[in-house]
Design a protein around this ligand. Structure first.
Ligand SMILES: [Cu+2]
Length: 126
């Protein structure tokens, strides 16, 4: 093979590695809630074309306050739904909306928009 062909192969491999990193590692942002007012576990989730962090880890049996910081007017994200907790809440654009719940059992629970297009996860650890 010519040096040019080798260079093309190396570039291709580098591009594939980058794509894998970008989609499978970089996007899997997770955050652990920190102690907020009144002893609740608090975490702020930025809503802008998705949920950031996409995964939130909390502890079972302690109240959780998820603060949705919506930074867009896109109708897709105007509602947030956490089906397992019976939560469906309107998020006004450019405002922070708190959603409170107390997880009584461990597991992974879905956070979605009203149309189930945006996805996040609430991970409750025992
Ligand atoms: Cu949507």
């Amino acid at each position: 093979m010519t040096p040019g062909a080798w260079a093309a192969i190396l570039l291709g491999a580098a591009a594939i590695a980058w794509v894998n990193w970008y989609f499978f590692l970089a996007k899997r942002s997770a955050a652990t809630a920190s102690a907020g007012a009144g002893g609740a576990q608090e975490v702020t989730i930025t809503v802008q074309g998705g949920y950031e962090p996409a995964e939130v880890k909390v502890k079972r049996g302690t109240p959780v306050r998820l603060i949705f910081d919506r930074r867009e007017t896109s109708s897709c994200s105007e509602e947030v739904v956490i089906p397992d907790f019976g939560i469906r809440k309107f998020l006004p654009a450019f405002q922070k909306t708190p959603v409170e719940l107390t997880p009584e059992k461990a597991g992974a629970f879905e956070i979605t928009c009203g149309m189930s297009m945006l996805h996040g996860k609430l991970i409750v650890e025992a």
